[in-house]
Design a protein. Structure first.
Lengths: 211, 184
């Protein structure tokens, strides 16, 4: 994978994950007039005061820092919705609840730059933190259920969570694979090893290899 | 050969394995304190794995199980694999076992390794993400090299994530920007 800080353990740094999360679209309400912006990813705008428009998160943050817009917090980032999700996550044996793929990063950027645009900001923030902790625990339990090399299915895990467990899970699965493999071909190896000495006895003694 | 430059692989092959010589060998100094420089047939010697492996290929020796896979360790692993101090037995317990497996007559070693790893993985390693470093440091000295690598991988990603979450400098200044232009 290109762009990783440390390709050796195949881990994106959280900053890199955040950078990728900044491509998500958010809704802003501009307070200035501006022509449409033409990017490789698409055209955004035009910007008219009080007319909401969709822009990538990074652009929204840049505009916000200059005081040119206000955020419309996304639907899922409301106290009601988050309370529901948190309760569903806390159910024992429950699956991961559907959340935006980069919810951790979006929430973080919004809390950093758009405090005044989020209603019940402190409540929302602590809910997001709780949800993240519960999901991390759940993820850990799921990792514990690895039983050798089988397909592992986990739905709705977000980008940051995947990135957190990636090096660990990869190495663990590699180790499982290594230990499972010999068991699978035990029979095959038995025949091979019993055959080996016989062949060796028939042939004349091999001289040591010259080095 | 694929891992020729891998330091871990080299160290694994340095581990000693007891062998029995099938043929008398002349002109070798395996034991520096021996009176003669020859090894008799049937002699039991401890050789590093790389040497034992080559001699085994030439049918000169047969390899026995090293002490770290003895009956006592097996019983301990059966009792509670998560609490066995494998590092003091052999820091490369799993890899060494995997390398020995095709060469020894004992067929149970593969199952021993995989069950030991499964239990230890479940009990110890999956706790890494939420456990504090303090509780982890209690079992850290018991882990083999491979397990330590796993632990480090998880711990590293967790620390960088925590660092990111608590903030810090959001924008880093390129080192070249701070410098003043040289006066000429």
């Amino acid at each position: 994978m290109a762009g990783q800080t440390d390709p050796h353990i195949s881990l994106f740094s959280p900053e890199e994950v955040e950078f990728m999360g900044e491509d998500e679209l958010v809704e802003i309400v501009p307070n200035m007039n501006m022509e449409p912006l033409n990017f490789i990813a698409g055209d955004f705008g035009r910007f008219v005061p009080q007319i909401p428009t969709q822009v990538p998160l990074w652009l929204a943050v840049a505009l916000k820092r200059r005081g040119k817009c206000t955020f419309r917090p996304p639907q899922w980032l409301s106290v009601d919705n988050l309370t529901q999700i948190l309760e569903a996550e806390r159910e024992p044996q429950s699956k991961f609840q559907p959340l935006p793929f980069s919810y951790v990063e979006i929430a973080r950027l919004l809390f950093d730059h758009a405090r005044d645009d989020i209603p019940d900001m402190y409540m929302v923030r602590s809910l997001v933190e709780d949800i993240r902790d519960v999901r991390l625990h759940k993820l850990e339990n799921n990792l514990g259920s690895f039983q050798g090399t089988s397909a592992v299915k986990m739905d709705n895990v977000s980008a940051m969570e995947v990135n957190l467990v990636r090096p660990f899970a990869r190495r663990a699965l590699e180790a499982f694979y290594k230990h499972d493999k010999p068991e699978a071909d035990t029979a095959d190896r038995d025949t091979r090893s019993s055959r080996q000495p016989r062949e060796a006895n028939n042939e004349p003694r091999r001289p040591l290899r010259q080095r | 050969m694929a891992k020729y430059y891998d330091i871990d692989d080299i160290l694994i092959e340095e581990e000693f394995a007891p062998v029995i010589f099938h043929k008398p060998v002349n002109g070798v100094t395996i034991d520096p304190s021996a009176e003669t420089s020859c090894v008799e047939q049937g002699a039991k010697v401890e050789l590093p794995f790389w040497l034992a492996h080559e001699l085994h290929l030439r049918q000169a020796v047969s390899i026995n199980l090293p002490a770290c896979f003895d009956q006592k360790t097996r019983l301990e692993i059966q009792a509670d694999a998560a609490c066995v101090d494998l590092r003091s037995r052999c820091p490369y317990f799993y890899e060494f076992g995997c390398k020995l497996q095709p060469l020894v007559t004992d067929r149970t070693i593969g199952i021993l390794l995989s069950t030991a790893f499964k239990i230890r993985y479940k009990e110890r390693l999956t706790k890494v993400f939420t456990a504090t470093h303090l509780t982890a440091s209690k079992f850290l000295p018991f882990l083999t090299k491979e397990e330590t690598n796993l632990y480090e991988a998880a711990h590293l990603s967790m620390t960088t994530f925590r660092k990111w979450r608590t903030g810090g400098p959001r924008f880093q200044r390129a080192s070249i920007l701070g410098r003043k232009r040289k006066e000429s």
